[in-house]
Design a protein around this ligand. Sequence first.
Ligand SMILES: CC(=O)SCCNC(=O)CCNC(=O)[C@H](O)C(C)(C)COP(=O)(O)OP(=O)(O)OC[C@H]1O[C@@H](n2cnc3c(N)ncnc32)[C@H](O)[C@@H]1OP(=O)(O)O
Ligand SMILES: O=C(O)CCC(=O)C(=O)O
Ligand SMILES: [Zn+2]
Length: 477
Amino acid sequence: MCPHQNEDSPVAVINKDQMTAIDMSGAPRLNGTTNGVNGHHQQRHNPYAPRASDFLNNVSNFKIIESTLREGEQFANAFFDTQTKVAIAKALDAFGVEYIELTSPAASEQSRLDCEAICKLGLRSKILTHIRCHMDDARIAVETGVDGVDVVIGTSSYLREFSHGKDMAYITKTAIEVINFVKSKGIEVRFSTEDSFRSDLVDLLSIYQTVDKIGVNRVGIADTVGCANPRQVYDLVRTLRGVVGCDIEIHLHNDTGMAIANAYCALEAGATHIDTSVLGIGERVGITPLGGLVACLYAADPEYVKSKYNLGMLREIENLVAEAVEVNVPFMNPITGYCAFTHKAGIHAKAILNNPSTYEILKPEDFGLTRYVSIGHRLTGWNAVKSRVEQLGLKLTDEEIKDATAKIKELADVRTQSMDDVDSLLRVYHSGIQSGELAVGQGEALDRLLRKHRQSVAQENEAEIQPVTTATPVTSA
Ligand SMILES: CC(=O)SCCNC(=O)CCNC(=O)[C@H](O)C(C)(C)COP(=O)(O)OP(=O)(O)OC[C@H]1O[C@@H](n2cnc3c(N)ncnc32)[C@H](O)[C@@H]1OP(=O)(O)O
Ligand SMILES: O=C(O)CCC(=O)C(=O)O
Ligand SMILES: [Zn+2]
């Protein structure tokens, strides 16, 4: 059982005072940072740096294009009414994402109206909409009040043959027309190739070079089917970095579970913008999740990520979106998964209590969350039990705590003990020692005291139920 699931779970909350005491051990966190070669705040990756590749690395210099309200709307369960879209947009803005991408206004009349409504909210995040590489869509998009338009068209042979049916010459001509048109309206424009990793490299570099020359703000790479691996992502972004001068955005599907790792590699190779959605929702299994990306980049450079985003809002945003699309936050979600900061095994618990850095790369308090140590199970150890004894304000010697721990393990071999079970046992043990009815190693005496305690609790419960039972006829009369 874990903390966020059940208040009565068998875990000891380490309260703020104790947390401070734990952090005061002063063990250095491993991920040192330094001011980078370009004046950016950069991660110190290796002691022999700088290498040529460090000059490209944007792990500490990136922007998020949050696409819950575009890609996320393509998630099978998603239906966002206007109110929900506005709530999500405001939450993302308060979190601090640099861009919010919205569904094409060409999709439906309500999509167009919602796009206009969100543009009018006056958010700090820039508002983008996402359209096909087509003048009809572009004409509608530029009238909505967006700060920029993301244009996309498939370049792989699959999509050229089976989706839009256009060749590279036609794609290039239309791209130029659409980009120039959007630019003429004084707003940002991005050109992206769909299914980039199954497209011909020469086709890709050629069209990216063309649109860069006419002044596109960003080019986008899309792993539309989630087929790319980190090395392939690194290579393509690195190659593109040498060909265009504009910013580079990347959009990564998660079909093989690579979306976060791929995003990290894209930044290492010089990408500047990462597409995300809350909980990763999107077409099929979706794209790089906002929370997972933040966890990954926080681990690389906590100060940079903390300075950019309101991390305490992550859980609230995920809950908002989870509810809107009727899913649960996955149990193994980075940061907000319901056991993300619960430590169980005795070896872990001891070290965590001495210094949380031993088994934590993310600090729960930076995300407005709490660390827990789970105690009532057979993998527990006397150090974890001691911390609970101290929280309860009981005075036991180490020898006595070890004796009580042995009893917890014995009981937990039959079933996991709730926090209440553990607390009762420790209180009974303590009062037995105080009264002289118990000494270390007197298992039978302890069993007797526990039996007595359970009986008196059962009697109290019965006594409490009694008035309700007698009251029933009165209310029904
Ligand atoms: C990989 C991605 O996620 S890209 C973003 C996906 N987003 C969307 O699809 C937005 C929601 N879509 C919609 O509302 C509709 O599909 C619309 C309004 C865009 C188009 O609807 P329809 O005109 O009914 O066409 P339909 O959806 O059946 O087919 C797509 C059309 O766009 C064309 N097309 C597909 N991709 C592109 C592109 N990137 N650029 C230009 N044209 C394209 C197809 O050839 C097809 O044209 P056709 O009408 O000549 O057959
Ligand atoms: O516009 C883009 O870059 C990406 C479009 C998309 O959703 C995809 O290719 O999966
Ligand atoms: Zn996508």
